[in-house]
Design a protein. Structure first.
Length: 379
């Protein structure tokens, strides 16, 4: 029944980089075999003065996911929102899906969803990657309430977001899913030599990967390193990712702790073709986040079969089976992070993490989204 049913996805896709674009591309891929799917991409995502990184665009040599899309939406131009809404009405789609991850898009999403309600009443679905942004304020909550106001149905990607939505929209149906396993990178890359980073051959590599922002708690991880080294002198920390803050916050901390030779920091965005080499080198991926809903970094780690030490925040707790796929620590607690590494060092001699993670990956709820969509369309 489904191939002739049309779904419009509103969200970022290539040429934009980052987790949201990757998610939309995975969503397109999982739906395209059962539905007629079209992606309405942004022609302006963030104004450049609001974007803290070097570029919003994927400049990788290797494209891992490239959903076909039409770049139509300008996130800050109300006249554009009117024209996009008019186009959506002409599509005669069976379902319109908005990808929601940040309150910046509140007025854009509110206006478009408001203008298409008469055409698509009961057929406006919001997939909520986050409810409130990681560094959200009361103002963000107000914007979120505006942006999500015209949603008829939700798919949340973590239990934390499901709970938030049950309070925000108690009378609306919320389906629970999660981020997909990001197993789309090159798994056949040989890891680089540890000596490239000044590490000995017997080093045990702890990996912090992804954008560097305060909520991700890299400073807490760095502060825990002296105590970790007292547990095992072979531990080394590899930090790979573009900093959205002043990098000297971290380099000065490393210097003050006198552990420059125990940590290697690469402050740049990692192209798709290079991701595999860092994950293949890692023994343990660490997410010392202060706050989170879920994390694509964790799902990349699971794609590579790597165990994760994460803090007990948001949806991260839901993703980890302690002692099997990873370990959990208390947020903003260096001693708890150290204890998590101790647990890993003990378990690695007996636990086949790759096997346990593969089994966990098979239960990922993202792959049930087509059946959720069928249920929604069947009313």
């Amino acid at each position: 029944m489904n191939k002739n049913l049309k779904i419009i996805i509103i969200g970022p896709a290539y040429p934009y980089r980052g987790g949201n674009s990757l998610f939309v591309s995975h969503l397109y891929d999982i739906l395209k075999n059962e539905f007629d799917v079209k992606v309405y991409n942004y022609k302006l995502l963030y104004p450049s003065f609001l974007f803290p990184g070097t570029t919003q665009y994927d400049e990788s040599d290797s494209l891992i996911k490239k959903a076909p899309n039409e770049r139509l939406i300008n996130s800050i131009n109300p006249f554009n929102w009117f024209s996009v809404a008019a186009l959506l009405k002409k599509e005669n789609a069976d379902l319109v899906i908005f990808d929601w991850w940040h309150p910046f898009f509140a007025f854009c999403h509110y206006t478009i969803s408001s203008m298409i309600r008469s055409k698509y009443r009961g057929k406006i679905l919001f997939i909520t990657e986050n409810f409130i942004s990681h560094e959200g304020s009361i103002f963000d909550r107000v914007l979120t309430a505006i942006g999500l106001r015209h949603a008829d149905i939700f798919i949340s990607l973590s239990e934390r977001v499901t709970q938030d939505l049950s309070v925000f929209a108690p009378n609306k149906k919320v389906y629970k899913s999660e981020l997909p396993i990001y197993d789309c990178y090159d798994f056949n890359q040989a890891p680089p030599s540890k000596s490239r980073f000044g590490f000995p051959d017997d080093a045990i590599i702890l990996l912090f990967f992804g954008y560097i922002r305060k909520y991700k708690g890299l400073d807490i991880l760095i502060q825990s390193m002296p105590e970790m080294l007292s547990v095992n002198k072979n531990l080394r920390l590899l930090i790979v990712g573009e900093s959205y803050e002043q990098i000297n916050i971290y380099t000065e901390l490393i210097s003050n702790l006198e552990i420059e030779d125990k940590i290697f920091l690469i402050n740049s965005f990692v192209p798709n073709e290079a991701v595999g080499q860092y994950y293949s080198l890692a023994d343990l991926v660490i997410l010392p986040y202060r706050s989170a809903t879920q994390s694509g970094i964790l799902n990349i780690a699971f794609g590579f079969g790597k165990p994760v030490l994460a803090t007990r925040v948001g949806g991260l707790m839901e993703s980890i089976e302690e002692g099997k796929t990873g370990f959990l620590a208390e947020p903003e607690n260096t001693h708890s992070l150290v204890n998590g590494v101790k647990q890993f060092l003990t378990a690695r001699t007996t636990v086949n993490f790759e096997k346990e993670i593969l089994a966990k990956n098979r239960t990922n709820l993202f792959y049930s989204i087509p059946s959720m969509i069928k249920e929604i369309l069947n009313g």
